[in-house]
Design a protein around this ligand. Structure first.
Ligand code: AMP
Length: 251
């Protein structure tokens, strides 16, 4: 079984993010980038399936400028076998990403597509669903438990929902988007980094894939969240109720 894992480069979750003064995006100077944490979970799931004998090859795919190579190398160092970088410098929306990933899937023919439930930079949570729709295959989203069926024609997925875990079985090939509790991704080892240097990264352009990646959505303005006012300590429940009624006007 071939598994394709989508890998997006995002600002490192520990980096302090500043909004550009023109509101056109975030200031990237001095910002460290890393593999989207949910994609690291997706990749860990793929590696575990391979270690258990359930997969023969893991391909990581990123859509990015040439800087995306670094993120893909991190994925290769974790344990993916090879990588595909779709080179695109222009900003993309989930629909454009889904179109590009669908074109790569048509070439690669993976039996399982694993991706994050969301990218932590735009928090869209749309790409996996759009990809499954474009490929006309099934999907299981927010997955925190994943087991392949005995003949690898299905995957049994536990989905995180507001009311608990829902278990669904999807026929493969399918798209599975992963949630936080699926696993804890392994650390990259020095040996993994050395091995990654020899693993192939194929580069393609949207034109070579026959895809027009022009986004259908436009970022109008990005603004930092307003600073929260300092809290006040109240002396009694009566005072709390009075403030909620007279100042906050919520009761
Ligand atoms: P989103 O819908 O933007 O929250 O992203 C959901 C998932 O789609 C991410 O966790 C990635 O697995 C995948 N994805 C989104 N953008 C890209 C990209 N530029 N390159 C590779 N994968 C991506």
């Amino acid at each position: 079984m071939k598994i394709l894992v989508a890998a997006k480069r995002v600002p490192d979750p520990d980096t302090r993010i500043r909004v550009r003064s023109d509101g056109a995006g975030i200031a990237t100077e001095g910002v460290r980038f890393a593999l989207n944490p949910f994609d690291a979970i997706a990749l860990e799931a793929a590696i575990r399936l391979k270690e258990q004998g359930g997969a023969s090859e893991i391909v990581v795919v990123g859509i990015d400028a040439e800087t995306g190579v670094e993120t893909l190398r991190a994925g290769l160092a974790m344990g993916a076998d090879r990588a595909v970088l779709v080179r695109e410098v222009a900003p993309l929306d989930p629909f454009a990403v889904a179109k590009l990933l669908a074109a790569v899937c048509r070439r690669e023919q993976p039996q399982l597509i694993l991706m994050g439930k969301q990218a932590i930079d735009d928090d869209c949570n749309q790409t996996g669903q759009m990809l499954a729709a474009r490929l006309g295959i099934g999907q299981a989203t927010f997955v925190s438990r994943l087991d392949l069926g005995p003949d690898q024609s299905t995957a049994r997925c536990g989905r995180e929902t507001d009311s608990g875990t829902e278990t669904v079985t999807v026929t493969l090939p399918a798209v599975v988007t992963v949630d936080l509790r699926l696993n804890e991704p392994r650390y990259v080892t020095a040996l993994g980094i050395l091995r990654a240097k020899k693993k192939p990264i194929q580069e393609v352009t949207p034109a070579e894939l026959g895809v027009d990646p022009t986004p259908r959505t436009r970022l109008l303005h990005l603004a930092p969240a307003p600073r929260r006012k300092a809290g006040v300590r109240v002396q009694s429940v009566d005072e709390l109720l009075a403030r909620l009624r007279d100042e906050a006007r919520v009761v």
